[in-house]
Design a protein around this ligand. Sequence first.
Ligand code: S3P
Length: 437
Amino acid sequence: MSTTTSSNASITQIVRPARSFQGSVTVPGDKSISHRYGMLAGLAEGTTRLTNFSTGADPHSTLGCMESLGATIVRSGTSIEVTGTGGSFQQPTSDLDCGNSGSTMRMLAGLIASHPHTFTMIGDHSLTVRPMERIRKPLAAMGARINLVDGHAPMTIHGGPLKAIDFETPIPSAQVKTAVLFAGLQADGVTSLSETVRTRDHSEHALKAFGATLTRTGEKLSIAGGQKLKAIEATVPGDISSAAFFLCGALLFPDSNLVLDSLGMNPTRAALLDVITTLGGKIKVLLVEEHNGETIGTIQVNRSAEGLKGAEISGALSAQLIDELPVIAAIAPYTRNGVVIRDAEELRVKESDRIDLVVRNLRAMGAEVEELEDGMIVPGDQQLHGAKIDSGSDHRIAMAFSIAALRASSESIIRGAEAAAISFPEFFRFLDDLAQR
Ligand code: S3P
């Protein structure tokens, strides 16, 4: 693989076809968990020590915000020490810059809304067009005064006392759930929340790890306000959404062999492993442990002798696989029966319109694909050729099509490859080690 930089600092990565996919990797720390540990450590009393913190730019945007709010952070590679504010954030002297990170903006809004200051949260162009009304609404119902521009960032929060609410999440979003739980932790009364689809539950585990009490009765989560958090020591599990690229890469070759260790396998994130099996992967679980409520394991992945079948992904499964759908779609033409994705309209409001970009890039590689408002239909048994891929400055698109490129008949050029650093800066180096040529 080779890299070139153009004058506007967009990095172009050439990905050549491979003949196999082999090796053992430890993917960097989970982005979702790193955000939550970083935020709660900043609010807690004492010094939190985290190892294997995400190397992605997004969780580092969160850490930058926590410093502006008064936390002290010492970074030593992927080991991070956060000395928290003991429950009282300070008035930041500048805007809270969330970069490209929707998680930072949405979850942090809930964490800071009860503090008696004025906060302005900003982000890059992509973040400025993403929907924020979804968190403004429940937080406003709790009494927060939040100003948006046409439903978007920049977001100004005039912090003040909050009251508990009983909330049903209208869209399946762990970020919205988290904003409400973080606000509820500091509100007056008991906040309850129910989800139509059960989304990733890292916030629930993280809150408990930091000493908060949270109860679940059936589908209803409840958190009492006025609880204080205490610092923790924790290792962040490997990011299964980063591992997803390599898991799908391993499906592309008959003799692949991939071992992933220290991998986060939280059941609310691990739907991908079932889809890998449905598609024709063989997964052997070599080790499983639990730390702070999070499941961590070592797995080995091979492709079954029958080759790749197809899959239909819809309903709750689409919500649970939302970050993995681009790479599943990108390898879909190489399956025998194709892949159908429905009920995934949330893909249109991620770091890019991921339905549009996946469809356009698949077509650029010569694939036949039907675009749906809420997904796509990708027929199977198609041979793709290399192409110029437009990442749309979206990390998951850059990485998904680098995987599709491994089985194309000629080399591909990934434009805007630097976007991978949002969640997985080491991606191209790891890919080069795993792809056998
Ligand atoms: C995340 C939740 C998902 C996901 C994002 C991280 C989280 O977003 O796409 O990458 O850490 O809670 P939504 O909550 O908007 O679905």
